[in-house]
Every structure is written in C-alpha cells, then in structure tokens.
Design a binder for this molecule. Structure first.
Ligand code: HEC
Length: 223
C-alpha cells in the first residue's frame, strides 16, 4: 500500500484521539483510588477500640503457626517420645466444663453413652460388627479399673489426660505396628477412629477430657 498524504494525516489524527482517550480515562481511577479504606495497622475511628485490625473470631485455627507443646500434643513439652501430661493444660472453669459436656454429647455419646457407660446407641452395632470391639465405659472408674491400654504400662482408669488427648486425636495405638516399616494403610501406627480429629479447636478436645475427668470423680446416676 502506498502511503499517501491523506492516509498519513488520518493515522496521526487517530493516534492523537487515542492518546486523548488514554489521558481522559486514566484520570477516572482517582475516584476509586481515593475511596475510604484501611491500610494495615492504621488507626480507625469506626471501631470502638480504635484499631482497624479486627480481632480473630473465636475458634480461629492457624494453618501455619501451630505451636508444638503440651497443649497441642498431650506430651511433656510437645516431645513425641516424652511422657503424657498428667494435668489438663487449659484453665478449667464452668464455661469450659459446659463446653466439654456439649462436645462430649456430640462427638462421643453415640458410642460411649451419654452417661459414659459405654452403651451409646451405636455401641451395640459396633460390638456385633465382627471387629470384636466393645466400646469401653469412660466415666465408671470401677469398669475401667485394670483395663489394659495398648502399648502402655498404665491401665485405662489411670491413663493420664495426655493419653486421652492422644487417643481422641490420633486413634488407639496399633499393637501390630511395625516401626521398621513405613507408616501406611497396611502398617498403621494407630487404629480405630481419632474421635476428636475433626474438632479443629484443640481446647475443645481438652474441654471434653476435663468433662470426662469430672464425671469420673462424680459418676452420673444410671437411669
Ligand atoms: C464410633 C464410636 C465411638 C465414638 C464416636 C467414640 N468412641 Fe471412643 N472408643 C470406641 C471403641 C469401640 C473403643 C475401644 C477401642 C478398642 O478396644 O480398640 C473406644 C475407646 C476409647 C478410649 C480408650 C482407648 C484405649 O486405649 O483403650 C478412649 C479414652 C475413648 N474411646 C475416648 C473417646 C472420646 C473422648 C470420644 C469423643 C471425642 C470417643 N471416644 C468417641 C468407640 C467410639
């Protein structure tokens, strides 16, 4: 194509119009850009505590910063081969006890029974399920006495709080686990259900344990 004077003029005109549009429309962003907003950690006169950063919602779980300690593992100092903690690492008050009771009813009572006697509605089908399992009582110390705990020297009535935590978090230790082989579905370190595995809030697990201890000390009347 031959570049004529007219086509050159038209091209220059088009470029100028485009340039004009670019200038006009780039100015438009100012209105959105200057809207009210909070930059990180700036003060705010909107919220009553004067901070623009909002506190975490109750039960928020860190995806990256899980601290490895007695509270998150049930073992002394969070050491995986140390002894189980014997005392509950959270402060126990009435609210925690009520929380523990409510969580127990949701997560444990179907098998262990609302009264902790091991006779929840699902216990029967489990014992008939061919696995040879019997749901143990959790609240009746006389029923727990002498009940051996897999791979441990203590019996279930003397099991420390940290053992309860480990059991409901990981499951019951597998007697047939071979530590020389990798942990796989055929060689699981734990068997059974980790009943509280889905309870994201770790303190809720400890609240359940506090409730179980309280019930062991004051067993609920049967019937
Ligand atoms: C699906 C039924 C079921 C639910 C739900 C359940 N358990 Fe269990 N639990 C069992 C059975 C069955 C056993 C016996 C396992 C065995 O003998 O290997 C058991 C064993 C236990 C033991 C003893 C572990 C041991 O070493 O002998 C503890 C402690 C325990 N459960 C706590 C809980 C707590 C706390 C909850 C609720 C967070 C809970 N369980 C929920 C069925 C259940």
């Amino acid at each position: 194509m031959q570049v004529t004077k007219t086509s050159l003029r038209r091209m220059v005109a088009r470029i100028m119009v485009l340039g004009l549009f670019a200038i006009i429309f780039s100015a438009c962003h100012l209105e959105m850009y200057d809207q009210p907003k909070n930059n990180a950690l700036t003060a705010s006169d909107f919220f009553s505590n004067g901070s623009s950063a909002r506190p975490l919602i109750d039960g928020t779980v860190s995806r990256t910063g899980l601290k490895i300690d007695a509270r998150t593992t049930g073992r002394e100092n969070g050491d995986p081969i140390a002894a189980y903690v014997t005392t509950n690492p959270i402060t126990i008050d009435e609210a925690v006890m009520a929380r523990g009771q409510a969580r127990y009813k949701i997560y444990c009572a179907s098998c262990h029974g609302e009264k902790g006697n091991g006779k929840g509605p699902a216990a029967g089908p489990i014992s008939k399920g061919g696995l040879g399992l019997k749901v143990p009582a959790l609240f009746y110390v006389d029923q727990l006495t002498g009940k051996a705990v897999t791979n441990e020297t203590f019996t279930l009535d003397q099991a420390p709080d940290g053992y309860y935590f480990s059991t409901i978090t990981h499951g019951v230790p597998n007697t047939k686990y071979d530590p020389t082989k990798p942990q796989t579905a055929d060689n699981p370190k734990y068997t059974m259900f980790p009943a509280a595995f889905r309870i994201q809030n770790i303190d809720d697990r400890w609240a359940i344990i506090a409730y179980i201890r309280e019930m062991q000390n004051n067993p609920p009347a049967q019937k």
